[in-house]
Design a protein around this ligand. Sequence first.
Ligand code: HEC
Length: 107
Amino acid sequence: MKRLIIALSVTFATSSIALADTPGMADFQRLCKTCHGDGSADTVMGKKLKIRPYKGRAELDKARILKALTNGVAPADGRGEMKKLDEKKLDASQRDAVADYVLSLTK
Ligand code: HEC
C-alpha cells in the first residue's frame, strides 16, 4: 500500500510539472476552470453565475485581477459573486503567475 501511495504521488508530481509549462496555467485549471472554463466561462457554473468571458475585457489589468483574488468579486449588476481565494491555496508568486495567465486570456 505504501508503495502504491509513493507511486501515485510521483505520478501526480510529474503531471503537474508537465501542466506547468505555461506559468499559472496548472493552478488556473485546478482552481478556476470549474467556473471560468478556458476563460470563456462557457461552463455550467459560468452560465449560472453569469460570468463574462475574459477575452476583450480590457479593463481587466493585472492589479484588478490580483484584487479579485485577494478580495473576491461582488458585481453590482446581478452577476454571481466570487469568493476571495484562500491564501493557503496559492502563495504570492503563484497568485502572480495565475494573474499573468488570466491577463493572457483577455487578449
Ligand atoms: C465558484 C466560481 C468561481 C471560481 C472557482 C472562480 N471564479 Fe472568478 N469569477 C466568478 C464570478 C461569479 C465572477 C463575477 C462575474 C464576472 O465578473 O463576470 C468572477 C470574476 C472574476 C474576475 C473579474 C474580476 C473583475 O474585476 O471584474 C477575475 C479576474 C476572476 N474571476 C479570476 C478568477 C481566478 C484567477 C480564479 C481561480 C483562482 C477564479 N476567478 C475562480 C466565479 C468564480
